[in-house]
Design a protein around this ligand. Structure first.
Ligand code: SF4
Ligand code: ZN
Ligand code: ZN
Length: 319
């Protein structure tokens, strides 16, 4: 079989085949391709204007690591800090923290570690009641809350996450299927906050696929967490991603077309029809929510009740 040539420089042995674009690159040209695409996404959506001092949520996985490494490589002057949330998942959290420490040290990026255990409850402890079978739902709520709170407490204007095209298409697919348009309208590359209780949320990998992120960390020679979170087993997100890949195999370009239609066609209409959600202060913690008590505080209460503890002074204390 003839050696595959790099589409850019013509060198033999192109290791990275970008499936959706049907093009292969050598290591050096792939890094260049990825970083140019990242730069173009950041500029296209005006991300630099809303992330002057970003806090990058780093899990140790390929996506968030690509976001941090990519931003540092493309915008070296950007004042970036990384946040690692220790979810308290035995084995997995320790391994993730080791990898995160390594990459931030290599990059010379400040790392902030937030331990859920210090607040009294880990993700396995929070996954009780109706969340027992879907720990990712409560884990997502806690992560969003902690990212926002830590960012604001430390004076960051924005939270950067590694959500990519595959993540967004997977969630959108479900939201449109269920008609949850209020949530679909929030799935965008930049979600503006109020600068006081809500930080801006920025997704520089909005147009990258899982495959592109994986190739990027590989080409850069950066270690990422290889193991899967033990709580992910049976999660619907995984089976939906598989389904979407099956659709993509039958309808090439499905994911890109779907995302483009969302951003260009549906979002402008949804924004007009739905307007901005009415937010108020959570009665417990004071952070913005659409209900009386935010979902984070409700989760904390559940654990306290489960433990027979009590809620005091806005902070839950369990036994
Ligand atoms: S797989 Fe689910 S529970 Fe595990 S870290 Fe990810 S969101 Fe949290
Ligand atoms: Zn090349
Ligand atoms: Zn709250």
């Amino acid at each position: 079989m003839p050696a595959i040539r790099c589409a850019r420089c013509g060198a033999e042995g192109a290791r990275y085949h970008v499936s959706f674009a049907r093009v292969s690159f050598c290591d050096k040209c792939y890094i260049r391709y990825y970083e140019r695409k990242l730069r173009s996404t950041v500029l296209k959506y005006g991300m630099l204007k809303v992330m002057r001092r970003p806090l990058v949520a780093l899990s140790g996985g390929k996506d968030s690591t690509s976001a941090l490494v990519g931003l540092k490589s493309v915008f070296p002057d950007l004042e970036v800090t990384a946040l690692y949330i220790d979810l308290g998942i035995p084995g997995y959290s320790e391994e993730s923290e080791r990898v995160v420490r390594k990459v931030t040290e290599e990059l010379g990026v400040e790392l902030v570690v937030h331990r859920l255990r210090d607040e009294g409850r880990t993700v396995p402890e929070l996954a009780v009641g109706r969340f027992k079978r879907k720990p990712c739902a409560i884990c997502g709520t806690v992560k969003r809350y902690v990212m926002n709170r830590v960012a604001l407490e430390r004076g960051h204007d924005s939270v950067v996450t590694g959500h990519n095209l595959d993540d967004t298409v997977e969630v959108l697919f479900e939201l449109y299927r269920r008609g949850q348009l209020e949530e679909a309208v929030r799935l965008r590359p930049v979600l503006l906050g109020d600068g006081v209780k809500l930080a801006n949320r920025v997704k520089p990998l909005f147009e990258m696929t899982d495959e592109e992120d994986l190739y990027y960390v590989d080409a850069k020679g950066i270690e990422v967490v290889e193991s899967w979170c033990p709580l992910v087993r049976g999660a619907k997100t995984v089976s939906r991603k598989v389904l979407i890949h099956e659709i993509e195999a039958k309808i090439p370009g499905f994911r890109h077309t779907f995302l483009k239609a969302h951003v260009k066609r549906y979002l402008p209409v949804l924004e007009k029809v739905l307007g901005q959600p009415v937010l108020r202060e959570c009665a417990v913690c004071g952070y913005p929510t659409t209900s009386e008590v935010c979902s984070y505080c409700r989760a904390m209460r559940r654990v306290v009740l489960q433990r027979g503890g009590e809620v005091a002074g806005g902070k839950a204390t369990g036994g």
